[in-house]
Design a binder for this molecule. Structure first.
Ligand SMILES: *[C@@H]1O[C@H](CO)[C@@H](O)[C@H](O)[C@H]1NC(C)=O
Ligand SMILES: *[C@@H]1O[C@H](CO)[C@@H](O)[C@H](O)[C@H]1NC(C)=O
Length: 413
């Protein structure tokens, strides 16, 4: 019974790549053949397949990861196109092969990648949302900070759990439930030197995000625990990671008593999970982020992602109201489809990004970052983490969208 159904799903998949140069010089064709050989020899994913190299023009490879069954060939099919053919794999496995090609697309200059880009996007967009990591073991896992011994991990974990317990007395939890957000001052004290060191990290790692500059102009990067440690911000990282485990275990939070409808409490059956990395965002003078929701309604009425709570820790010593940069949060604005409607309907509170301040809010609430107008070159910095609960996010999957037409143009020879 199993074998016929397996045969049905193991199909041959093809993707055609039109050549961009017409007429195509032999040197370009040779280079594309070489690019495939290089991809195969450079990536553990593929393995050269001697059987087929001689029988067809171009080269072939196997994918050991898929039990060696998938056979990949890449060759000139017509005078003006190359063809990627993969036989003996499922549609999902073909998706992963497209991802590998897309990651290495710069090696394949001279081809039109637009079909590859579409296949890669379809593949990512068909995957379910990442479930997040068990909040109770957020960074004891070695990939977060391989330099730590297990006793160091235990100590840091206990210290951050104790800190978070002290920051969230019942009154704070009640305010979070009732209002959908809560401001906790002096959560931690971060030295200006540590905060400034983020700029260097951002210069190397950060990008402007893929959103239009009419929406946001900040720079962001994602820090693992060892990245955070290299900036002297490991305790801040630990504090943010300790919030979800605390909420998962907290009786007040786990009893269904919230009067703020969008926030329903965590339970053992539906725990909050953590991503592995925290976001750092930097706003220079004039930078802003227009009204948005971290988990708004999408066009079909579902949620865009699996974020549940947003927590932001501010790193700005001596920040005052005249510097601008407040986070303007709209009360009870989680169920508006357009940000205009949320802004028109709901009153707001301006939360200044004062150093040491921790802001926790329902990820669905509309909010914006007002422009940094300090006039003295001061940078506004914040660390953000989201607690996630995929199973009730209503999200169908994450929409993968990376790269631009501009970027694609760069790849054309
Ligand atoms: C690449 O192919 C797409 C169709 O898949 C087409 O719309 C686009 O114009 C092509 N780009 C170039 C530069 O030929
Ligand atoms: C994001 O997209 C814009 C165009 O929409 C582009 O100019 C920018 O370079 C992209 N940024 C990144 C980091 O890909």
């Amino acid at each position: 019974m199993l074998i016929p159904s397996l045969l049905l799903v193991l199909l041959t998949h093809r993707l055609s790549f039109p050549l961009l140069v017409d007429p195509t010089p032999a040197s370009v064709v040779r280079r594309l053949d070489d690019a495939f050989s290089t991809l195969v020899s450079d990536d553990y994913f593929f393995e050269k397949s001697a059987d087929c190299t001689s029988s067809a023009k171009g080269s072939s490879a196997k994918v050991p990861l898929f039990g060696s069954s998938a056979l990949v060939s890449f060759r000139r099919a017509t005078p003006d196109s190359f063809l990627l053919t993969v036989s003996g794999c499922t549609a999902e496995q073909f998706g992963w092969i497209c991802v590998k090609f897309y990651e290495e697309r710069r090696k394949f200059k001279g081809l039109n990648h637009s079909g590859l880009r579409r296949a890669t996007a379809e593949h990512f967009n068909s995957l379910p949302p990442h479930p997040g990591y068990d909040a109770h073991a957020p960074w004891s896992v070695t990939d977060a900070d391989p330099s730590m011994t297990s006793s160091e991990t235990d100590l840091a974990s206990e210290a951050s759990a104790a800190l978070v317990r002290s920051l969230f007395p019942d009154s704070v939890l009640e305010e979070l439930s009732e209002e959908g957000f809560v401001v906790i001052d002096d959560a931690f004290s971060t030295s200006p030197a540590a905060a400034n060191s983020l700029t260097e990290h951002l210069t190397e790692a950060a990008k402007r995000t893929n959103q239009s500059v009419s929406i946001r102009t900040d720079r962001v990067a994602f820090l693992s625990r060892s990245d955070a440690r290299s900036c002297g911000l490991q305790s801040e990282y630990d504090m943010l990671m300790a919030v979800a485990p605390f909420l998962n275990d907290n009786v007040l939070w786990t009893v269904e008593k919230s009067s703020h409808a969008p926030v329903s409490p965590g339970t053992a059956a539906r725990p909050l999970t953590n991503p592995r990395n925290i976001q750092v965002a930097e706003y220079g003078e004039g930078d802003f982020y227009a009204t948005h929701s971290d988990n708004g309604l999408d066009e079909g009425g579902g949620r865009r992602n699996y974020r549940y709570l947003t927590y932001i820790y501010y790193l700005n010593d001596g920040w005052s109201a005249s510097d601008g940069g407040a986070l303007r949060i709209r009360r009870r604005s989680g169920d508006f489809e357009t940000m205009e409607a949320a802004a028109a309907c709901c009153d707001f509170e301006d939360v200044l990004p004062v150093g040491g301040r921790l802001l926790v809010f329902d990820s669905r609430l509309a909010h914006e970052v007002r422009p940094n107008v300090n006039g003295r070159g001061k940078i506004r910095r914040a660390l953000t983490l989201w607690a996630t609960r995929p199973e009730e996010s209503g999200a169908r999957g994450e929409v993968w969208d990376e790269g631009t037409e501009g970027e694609d143009k760069d790849e054309i020879d």
